[in-house]
Write a protein that binds this ligand. Structure first.
Ligand code: 5GP
Ligand code: ZN
Length: 117
């Protein structure tokens, strides 16, 4: 069922606490934690606690939760004192998605080129 925890999902395990993470923010509906392989001085992942396979599914099936995730990206940037930052949702393997639980990357703390690779 949409939103239910998945046994084989890394980020559901982080939500459940069976895999540790450096959590920087938590709300009733979201968790934000540092990426294990940071690509910038600040690299935080914001996820909904409920499982959706990507950002598009999250937006379609739980739009209020998608808004919670977006709101938290701003809060992370504020906490990290970032004036400029990038929010990325990789969607699909061809775009670099490797974990099939919707997540926003919040990247900042260095110059970020545009267009991205
Ligand atoms: P994606 O490639 O799906 O857009 O992003 C997945 C992100 O999860 C990657 O940036 C990767 O470094 C991060 N990641 C993978 N495994 C772990 C983990 O066990 N802990 C944390 N904190 N991040 C992880
Ligand atoms: Zn999951």
């Amino acid at each position: 069922m949409a939103g239910e925890p998945q046994d084989d999902c890394l980020f559901c395990k982080i939500v459940g606490g069976s895999i540790p993470a450096t959590i920087v923010r938590e709300t009733e509906t979201t968790v934000a934690f540092r990426d294990i392989n940071p690509q910038a001085p600040t690299h935080v992942l914001v996820i909904p606690k409920a499982h959706y396979r990507n950002a598009a599914a999250l937006a379609a099936e739980a739009p209020e939760l998608a808004a919670d995730v977006l709101r938290e990206t701003r809060a992370v940037a504020d906490d990290e004192q970032l004036e400029s930052y990038r929010t990325v949702f990789n969607t699909g393997g061809g775009a670099g998605q490797t974990v099939w639980h919707a997540h926003a990357h919040v990247l900042g703390g260095r110059g970020l080129e545009w267009p991205p690779g």
